[in-house]
Design a binder for this molecule. Structure first.
Ligand SMILES: Cc1cc2nc3c(=O)[nH]c(=O)nc-3n(C[C@H](O)[C@H](O)[C@H](O)COP(=O)(O)OP(=O)(O)OC[C@H]3O[C@@H](n4cnc5c(N)ncnc54)[C@H](O)[C@@H]3O)c2cc1C
Length: 488
């Protein structure tokens, strides 16, 4: 990518995979910032549309919040692991289908509450006694009923409130819906699962917005071999600079100048900004001139939640053959759950998944302390549990490259913040899960925003050059190959 403005320095080239030889000097140029699904999708689409593209990524790897770890000797996803919406309408379906990657169906349901079917849980009280399965199912149905009552509360109140407050109102009005004893604890567990979906506590989840998210049909499927092959395929042949942390973005009439940590600058006609919302909130990237107020407000007003994973590798399986093992308790904070990866992958792995305040508290611990805290939860329900041979701990909340797991609606804030985050500012185009109006907090949502930003960028840059017919559309059509999903 050559500088259009001779006063700017040429692109720095340290630790880049470069395909510079193929470049055509007349092509418009774009800098993509962030190598998660959104950034890679944007870079791929613009590259395929004959733009000169360089992608700057702060980590020493691509994938962002999609991270498949292989240190157990097989793939374990420490970030995203489900494809939400196993259907041909899913924008990731063509590539996953083409790669022949198997999926494991955990639920045929499309609700935001259940990415696992009710019958696939084994729940235990803290004294190790298993909760009878009919109680698990009945409380699950009662929870749905209670949530549908919160809709009436929503209709009646002009002001937004938290989902927790709405539940309190429902119980005040309808004492018959209150649950006690073990049923109450199971209800807390369902609340804990709901908090996991939003990566946030029930007292911060918006009643007005919580169920406004659009879900694709086809239910939820785990990526059995992990997400890594998908990101690797998408990134093939792209010019990616790892260990390039962007600290400043100058937008000028003639283009953009992007500065990285060591002071080097990159110039291009436009930039696609695909860093996480947490990074934008932290203001670790300086915008010159500053972003307009409506954009800064959207960044401030949208929530970022935390969900983490602690994966345990055991010598052999000693737990029941269900998809989820859960600990029920008197508050959702004390409840927890383990995803049984053995069911989907055949490997003896359990993944503990805390969210919200619990995840935040655990992230303050050392990895060793976090793993032993999680293992203690397992011991409560399976006292004979053997010690793990290996473990992995994620830190999505404190990692400076993410500063949160995924976005969600805060109480009292409008739902159109995702759109406001997406809207371009001059020649800066925004992508990432938090800019997805339809599918925030998901991999396919992030991917679609990358394609969208690429198309917006292509139109905008080419309009300026008056060469609209020269380049291919950024949103290419793909042949569809059916997805391979199963369940045991
Ligand atoms: C624990 C967990 C579980 C999840 N489970 C699922 C799931 O099962 N299914 C699902 O669909 N979604 C899931 N998600 C959400 C999903 O992972 C994200 O929505 C999606 O991966 C976000 O992609 P992105 O491209 O928007 O952001 P990211 O993947 O975060 O990419 C942003 C990139 O920007 C880079 N960056 C940051 N700062 C800078 C800088 N200053 N300069 C240059 N680069 C920078 C980062 O290193 C990163 O690579 C999960 C997320 C987490 C954390």
């Amino acid at each position: 990518m050559e500088s259009r403005d001779q006063s700017n320095r040429q692109l720095g080239r340290a630790s880049c995979y470069s395909n510079a030889a193929k470049r055509q000097s007349y092509s418009p140029s774009v800098i993509v910032i962030g190598g998660g699904f959104a950034g890679i999708a944007a870079a791929r689409a613009l590259h395929d549309a004959s733009f000169q593209v360089v992608l700057l990524e702060s980590r020493d790897r691509i994938g962002g919040r999609v991270y498949t770890d292989y240190s157990f000797g097989f793939p374990v996803d420490m970030g995203a692991s489900w494809l939400h919406g196993v259907c041909k309408e899913n924008p990731l379906a063509p590539i996953i289908g083409r790669l022949g990657l198997p999926l494991y169906r955990t639920s045929g349901d499309n609700s935001v509450l259940y990415d696992h079917d009710l019958e696939s849980y084994a729940l235990f009280d803290t004294d190790g006694k298993q909760v009878p399965q009919d109680l698990v199912t009945n409380v699950g149905l009662a929870f749905e009923n209670i949530l549908s009552e919160t809709d009436k509360v929503r209709q009646e109140h002009k002001e937004d409130m938290s989902i927790l407050r709405a539940l309190d109102i429902v119980f005040e009005r309808r004492p018959d819906l209150r649950l006690e004893g073990l049923s109450y604890k199971v209800l807390q567990w369902y609340l804990c699962r709901m908090e996991g979906w939003f990566a946030a506590d029930a007292d911060t989840i918006s009643l007005r917005c919580w169920d406004q998210e659009e879900l694709l049909p086809g239910g939820h499927g785990l990526m059995v071999r992990g997400y890594r092959p998908v990101i690797n395929t998408l990134s093939k042949g792209l010019d990616i600079c790892l260990n390039h942390r962007v600290t400043k973005i100058d937008r000028r009439h003639s283009g953009v100048e992007v500065t990285v940590e060591d002071g080097r600058t990159f110039v291009a006609d436009a930039a696609v900004i695909a860093v996480p919302l947490g990074v934008l909130k932290a203001k670790s990237i300086k915008f010159e001139p500053k972003l307009p107020d409506w954009k800064e407000d959207a960044i401030a007003d949208l929530g970022v939640g935390i969900e983490n994973k602690i994966a345990f590798h055991f010598e052999k399986v000693f737990w029941p053959n269900v998809e989820f093992l859960g600990v029920v308790a008197s508050s959702s904070y004390e409840c927890s759950y383990f995803l049984n990866l053995h069911k989907a992958t055949g490997h003896p792995v359990l993944v503990y998944m805390p969210a919200g305040q619990l995840a935040r508290d655990i992230e303050k611990m050392s990895d060793e302390a976090a793993a032993s805290f999680a293992f203690m939860q397992l011991k409560k329900i399976l006292p004979d549990a053997s010690e793990p041979i290996q473990y992995l701990v994620s830190h999505w909340g404190t990692d400076v490259n993410s500063l949160g797991s995924y976005s969600y609606d805060l109480v009292g804030k409008p739902h159109n913040l995702y759109e406001r985050l997406r809207v371009p500012v001059d020649n800066l185009f925004f992508a990432g899960e938090a800019t997805s109006v339809d599918y925030p907090g998901s991999v396919h949502g992030a991917y679609s925003t990358g394609l969208m930003a690429a198309e917006d960028c292509r139109m905008r840059v080419l309009e300026r050059y008056g060469e609209m017919d020269l380049f291919n559309p950024a949103l290419g059509e793909e042949d569809s190959v059916p997805l391979l999903i199963s369940r045991m």
